[in-house]
Write a protein that binds this ligand. Structure first.
Ligand SMILES: C=C(O[C@@H]1C=C(C(=O)O)C=C[C@H]1O)C(=O)O
Length: 113
């Protein structure tokens, strides 16, 4: 089965099909998440001060955009929307933690927290 066919909507015949779909989705998600992390490395390189790593206004903007993308998905339930936003909140927190580590790595040893 092609990756696209595995992503078709509709009920799965059995658990094997559920897992084929999940595996195909992960194959698409992992490279995208890796690229998102690489953006954090770039953000850490470009931001001049540690306190700029966490930007609450930008976090809100990202969450609102994600909500709009999710609303455009056919068949998305309110509960799925809630889970997705939770996943994104956690993703952003992990990204900020990674960005902080990247930022600290560019500081001279004596200035690292
Ligand atoms: C990448 C940035 O740094 C942080 C990471 C964010 C993210 O994971 O989307 C959002 C806001 C920032 O706190 C940024 O400021 O855009």
């Amino acid at each position: 089965m092609s990756a696209d066919a595995a992503l078709d909507w509709g009920p799965c015949a059995d658990m094997a099909e559920v897992r084929r779909r999940v595996d195909a989705l992960d194959a698409q998600l992992v490279p995208l998440l890796a690229r998102r992390l690489q953006c954090m490395r770039e953000a850490a390189r470009l931001k001049p001060r540690r306190e700029l790593v966490r930007d609450e206004a930008r976090i809100q903007q990202v969450l609102e955009q994600v909500q709009r993308h999710a609303q455009a998905q056919p068949g998305m339930t309110a509960l799925e929307m809630e889970v997705l936003i939770d996943v994104y909140r956690e993703l952003i927190e992990r990204c900020i933690a990674y960005e902080l580590r990247c930022f600290d790595a560019k500081l001279p040893q004596e200035l690292r927290p």
